[in-house]
Write a protein that binds this ligand. Structure first.
Ligand code: NCD
Length: 332
């Protein structure tokens, strides 16, 4: 058995995910994707949105294809979102509860992948708590199989990044020149990393990453961002404010990380704190939310909040990504 821990951490996912002609074969990371491709993907996703209350968009782009959702880490919303995206695109969708099945029996990841490949699964959507797993699988599958990263350790969560970019673009018209503040446990956040890479590629004006010092990323990791530990300074004149989920286990249990009340007082996003941001600033959260810890409950439900729209956009973005990799597949 290949233990997950020995999977190499790679830094060239960016090239692995594109074919020689630049078309998207796998989606592993937003890092290294250029503005033109990202913009095309957002435009594609926008086509899959319909007014609420009517029927959701459907397409036939995945007809005859099979998508397997392999969630090695628990997930409700991302998994439901990929499930609906696959079904609304006409695919057969297989949802595997891999926490409790094969991996516990000691079957290696690759044996499971080869089994699915033999059943003619075309697209595997993978979430895993270990860094490097999606790229490792992508490197080992047949040419016609695509791997989509649905959340990889604290490294990346590219479809979340795309849905965040789409939501911002819908409200602000563009990404260029905006001031975006991401607040919370940046050090452990794949959501923050994917948002940061996408925002950077699309020409964000200023990206501020705000966290208690103990949860700040390495300053060299995202040199294009400004790291701050003061919330008011970080929110000043921001166009977009994104709160991150703080894992309850981390609160008060790590050196330098405050308890719940103190965390909310210092880093919780509330209507009062939002007064330093621009009057038309939007409030985002990837979910699941800890109301009253990283975000004030009333603010999450207020007109400033675009949190539900993020969820809606998630399905559209995933339909667009599925369609794109299916197109690449058909061309090879
Ligand atoms: C995020 C995740 O799982 O990475 N949620 C999500 O995808 N909707 C954020 C989180 O769990 O903090």
């Amino acid at each position: 058995m290949q233990p997950v821990e020995q999977i190499p951490l790679t830094d060239n996912e960016a090239s692995l995910q594109l074919d020689s002609d630049g078309s998207l074969r796998h989606l592993l990371t937003l890092k290294g994707l250029d503005k033109a491709l990202l913009t095309d993907m957002l435009d594609d996703a926008q086509r899959f949105l319909r007014p609420m209350g009517g029927l959701p968009a459907r397409s036939t782009s995945l007809e005859g294809r099979t998508v397997a959702n392999l969630f090695f880490e628990p997930s409700t919303r991302t998994r439901a979102s990929f499930d609906l995206a696959g079904k609304r695109s006409g695919a057969d969708v297989l949802n595997l509860d891999v926490n409790t099945s094969s991996r516990k029996k000691g079957e290696s990841i690759l044996d499971m992948i080869y089994t699915l490949q033999a059943m003619q699964v075309d697209i595997m959507v993978v979430r895993d708590a270990s860094a490097g797993v999606p790229a490792y699988i992508a490197r080992n599958v047949n040419d016609h199989v695509s791997i989509l990263n649905a959340g990889e350790s604290d490294v990346s969560h590219p479809t979340q990044g795309l849905l965040d970019l789409l939501t911002i673009r819908q409200h602000k018209g563009k990404i260029e020149g905006l001031t975006v503040a991401i607040v919370g446990d940046i050090a452990h956040s794949r959501v923050a990393r994917s948002a940061a890479h996408g925002l950077q590629a699309l020409g964000v004006g200023e990206l501020r990453l705000i966290s208690p010092p103990a949860l700040a990323p390495d300053p060299e990791e995202m040199p294009f961002a400004r790291l701050l530990d003061n919330l008011d300074e970080g929110l000043k004149d921001a166009d977009v404010v994104m709160a991150l989920r703080i894992q309850r286990e981390r609160i008060g249990n790590l050196d330098g990380i405050p308890g719940i009340d103190e965390y909310f007082a210092n880093y919780g996003i509330s209507a009062a704190r939002m007064r330093t941001a621009k009057p038309d600033a939007i409030v985002m959260h990837p979910g699941p939310m800890n109301r009253g810890i990283e975000i004030e409950s009333a603010l999450a439900d207020s007109p400033q909040s675009v949190i539900e729209q993020q969820v809606t956009n998630g399905v559209a973005v995933r339909m667009a990504v599925l369609e794109r990799v299916a197109r690449t597949m058909a061309a090879t």
